[in-house]
Design a protein around this ligand. Structure first.
Ligand code: BGP
Length: 476
């Protein structure tokens, strides 16, 4: 047996990608509500509010807000031990800067977590998953503005107080390192609610925003531990290990520097201080990051308890070649040794074992894989004679990734708390804004235009994953 008895098998979602009901229960408008559909190869458009005639699939999404009991029952049928979701900030503080929270929003998550507990499913909760209140973007410039730190801490403590007996596992910011490449402004908006201004030094802005988020996260960790010392509060990063394109020595440096853009975020959140390679860069470039007097003390005290990460793919870099392959979100050069998904994402199960080891060795903290999965094109037309979608490619993907995860636990001894697949039920893609990038074990009858009955149907992988969980990862 490689996995402990309490191993958290399950799945993960984010509020804005499945709840819908974007104007119900007193909810305010989030940054996710004003982003249009992008589609393959095009970045999503950030609008100045909701525009007539544009399609916003996440406004209604798969209507989890009204279907959560039915959906959780399906997760329980698969044997889920844990389910990760986020709390939509705008359900709790509709504009983000109110003095009092919205009781109806708080009540929704009370009911949701109660239902999960009733089914024996452990809630794993992200506080901020690409869904800042839009008002904090337009009025304050998102996390550029120090005031937003206080709004976040207030939101976090409100959630910690309210759900202190229902939720143990928390994460502060989803994929906080996503914004590391300043040439993809999409992530600046989705992650942190800010845009770059003409002519400014983007790297400096990024460091300032990151500092504000680190302080916000650390203050939340400190407050959370006071509210319930049993809380486990984690950082959450996207880990895409960086490979060298060749054995050219300079490639090793390029790969290290690329990976440091990610480690920078977790170094601060896990070690509680800024790493030397960043302090030196600030010194060399003359960067002055605005900090308050006790910020560094706060960072030191607000270290995270565990390391949560998403894993989708690895990155290939070279010191002499540029990325011209059009990979979505600059994932470097092509890798001739691995396959690609319908969306051009590299499929690299061994990279997951490598990622687990890199994190284990760097921080020696418990880890949780809180996203892993494959987006596929699946339509009504793909249904077989038995009326079911036979998603054999998804099964093969998970079989390969879980096998590598198993080696990391059994042979390498990594300390892993759980494995949560991304999008166990079809939902709106964060990157494309579309329904037609499906990740689920459960199919949802809804297309990109918003048409469909919302009927939930089990795919072949539903039964496969159920067996995996029942056998605690022995039967793949
Ligand atoms: C991660 C996000 C998720 C999710 C996933 C898949 O970056 O945390 O919100 O959507 O990626 O990405 P996509 O939806 O673009 O396929």
């Amino acid at each position: 047996m490689s996995f402990s008895n309490g191993f958290l098998w399950g799945g993960a979602v984010a509020a804005h990608q499945l709840e819908g009901a974007w104007q119900e229960g007193g909810k305010g408008v989030s940054v996710a509500d004003v982003m249009t559909v992008g589609g393959y190869g095009k970045p999503r458009e950030i609008t100045d509010g909701v525009l007539e005639g544009k399609i916003y699939p996440n406004h209604d999404a798969i209507d989890f807000y009204h279907h959560y009991k039915e959906d959780l029952a399906l997760m329980a049928e698969m044997g889920f031990k844990a389910f990760r979701t986020s709390i939509a900030w705008t359900r709790i503080f509709p504009k983000g800067d109110e003095a009092e929270p919205n009781e109806e929003g708080l009540k929704f998550y009370d009911d949701l977590f109660d239902e999960m507990r009733r089914l024996g499913i452990e809630p794993v909760v992200t506080l901020c998953h690409f869904e800042l209140p839009y008002h904090l973007v337009t009025e304050y410039g998102g996390f550029r503005n120090r005031k937003v730190v206080d709004f976040f801490v207030k939101f976090a403590t409100t959630c910690f107080e309210r759900y202190k007996d229902k939720v143990k596992y928390w994460m502060t910011f989803n994929e906080i390192n996503n914004q590391r490449n300043t040439d993809v402004p999409f992530f600046a908006v989705t992650n942190s609610g800010f845009t770059y201004k003409e002519g400014e030094d983007r790297k400096l802005v990024l460091y300032q925003v990151a500092h504000n988020e680190f302080v916000a996260s650390a203050k939340a960790v400190i407050a959370g531990h006071k509210i319930n010392p049993k809380f486990q509060i984690g950082c959450m990063l996207n880990i895409g290990p960086v490979y060298t394109e060749s054995c050219r020595p300079a490639d090793a440096i390029t790969a290290m520097k690329e990976m440091d853009k990610t480690w920078f975020f977790s170094d601060v959140q896990c070690r509680g201080h800024y790493p030397t390679y960043v302090l030196k860069e600030w010194e060399n470039k003359g960067y002055k990051i605005q900090m308050e007097d006790n910020d560094l003390e706060v960072l030191a005290q607000g270290k995270v308890d565990y390391f949560a990460f998403s894993y989708y793919q690895t990155v290939v870099v070279s010191s002499v070649k540029k990325n011209e392959d059009g990979d979505e979100f600059s994932n470097g050069l092509d890798n001739p040794y691995v396959e690609k998904s319908d969306w051009g994402w590299k499929i690299d199960p061994v990279g997951l074992r490598y990622a687990l080891n890199l994190v284990q060795e760097r921080y020696e903290l418990p880890m949780m894989i809180v996203e892993n999965g494959i987006g596929l094109h699946e339509t009504e037309a793909d249904k077989q004679e038995d009326g079911m979608i036979h998603d054999d490619a998804r099964i093969a993907y998970f079989r390969a990734h879980i096998s590598e995860m198993k080696k990391a636990v059994e042979e390498d001894g990594v300390d892993l708390l759980g494995y949560l697949t991304w999008g166990p039920i079809d939902l709106v893609s964060a990157g494309t804004g579309e329904m037609e990038k499906r990740y689920g074990f459960i199919y949802v009858d809804k297309n990109n235009k918003g048409e469909g009955t919302l009927r939930r149907e089990k795919k072949k992988s539903f039964f496969w994953y159920k067996d995996v969980i029942a056998s605690n990862g022995e039967k793949l």
